[in-house]
Design a protein around this ligand. Structure first.
Ligand SMILES: [Zn+2]
Length: 352
């Protein structure tokens, strides 16, 4: 089984995102009829356009077998609209939060909330996701919700479970006040002049914090997918946070046939390498030869966090960051004459 996995650059400065294309098949060159093409998130409109060109030029096709929207954030979903509009897509995997209104309507303080009122509110709030659904419906592309346990031949959905997904929905932005606080979303205090203090880091030291999960509810609904291409395992994580990743790991470990995540060939580092999404517990379970980070050019120094790229190196990964460039990981694929990417160096000093 040959494969190519491409990270398309997304954004500059504060605006990043994910845009990932992959294809696999018995052989890739000249045998496009036998290849399967998958797109995972499309980043912004611009990166969505770049994805379309990439698939036409490098994969030699206008067909995408499966498009996957990991979660409804604009920096992941809006480029997928461009992919759906411009290529023939066989199926779309995405969550449809508005279809869970009935199940979650009693999770709010206000007892008068109806399922239909909630449904409208969610559709309006998550415009990128409702746009995606509208395009798919217009183009008669079937939509399936990717929940834990779904097996689609070469890939397996490790998370989120439907139950966990629905527990997160009331905590999405623009929702009425939920009855419960998840207790994991501590406010992120930002001061005007954030003082950066530095600490030394070295192999043998663990600086990752096991503190509470502070990523957004929406990020934690990210679809976590494991590809197994003839024993070569690749894990995609969207913007999943610590809680979501630990749930996916637990599911993988406790299945009747457990799935190890300590022998990956490629790990898609969640949420652009933010230190809010990875902790020591996650790092102990997930090990990969290579780790890819999608992060914008000239961006937020926390994307990726030096603590995270260092921790990955301590666990044996070669780490590569897009920063405005493309990244390709392949096995018996076409290297296209591209040069070797420069791995992220180990940073002896990191932000505290
Ligand atoms: Zn993101």
């Amino acid at each position: 089984m040959a494969y190519e996995i491409d990270y398309i650059p997304v954004g500059e400065g504060e605006r990043g995102g994910d845009a990932i294309a992959l294809r696999y098949g018995p052989a890739l060159e000249g045998l496009q009829k036998q290849q399967t093409v998958i797109v995972i998130d499309g980043g912004t409109k611009e990166s969505g356009e770049a994805l379309v060109e990439h698939i036409k030029n490098h994969y030699g096709t206008t067909r995408v077998d499966i498009a996957i929207s990991t979660h409804p954030d604009q920096d992941h979903a809006s480029g997928l609209c461009v992919v759906l509009e411009n290529l023939q897509v066989g199926a779309l995997l995405m969550h449809k939060p508005w279809e869970h209104a009935q199940e979650i309507k009693n999770m709010f303080k206000d007892g008068r909330i109806t399922a239909s009122g909630l449904e409208d509110r969610i559709e309006k709030s998550l415009q990128n996701a409702s746009d995606l659904e509208a395009i798919a419906n217009r183009k008669k592309i079937p939509i399936y919700e990717p929940f834990q346990g779904i097996d689609v031949g070469m890939f397996h959905v490790l998370g989120p479970s439907k139950e966990y997904y629905e527990s997160l929905l009331p905590h999405f932005k623009d929702m009425p006040t939920p009855k419960t606080t998840l207790g994991i979303f501590a406010p992120i205090v930002k001061t005007a002049e954030e003082v950066v203090s530095w600490v030394e880091d070295s192999f043998g030291v663990d600086l990752l914090s096991d503190d509470e999960d502070t990523t957004s509810a929406s990020n934690n609904t990210s679809t976590i997918i494991l590809f197994n291409l003839d024993g070569r395992k690749i894990l995609f994580t969207g913007d999943a946070g610590k809680t979501a990743l630990l749930q996916a790991i637990e599911y993988a470990e406790t299945r009747p046939t457990p799935i190890a995540l300590s022998d990956l060939v490629l790990f898609d580092v969640p949420h652009h390498g933010s230190k809010r999404n990875i902790n020591s517990k996650v790092m102990k379970k997930i090990r990969a030869t290579t780790a890819f980070v999608s992060a914008p050019k000239d961006g937020n120094p926390k994307h990726p966090s030096k603590k995270v790229t260092n921790a990955l190196q301590k666990h044996g990964s070669g780490v590569y960051v897009t920063r405005g460039g493309s990244l390709l990981h392949h096995f018996q694929g076409n290297a296209r004459g591209w040069g070797n990417a420069t791995p992220e160096p180990f940073h002896p000093r990191v932000e505290e």
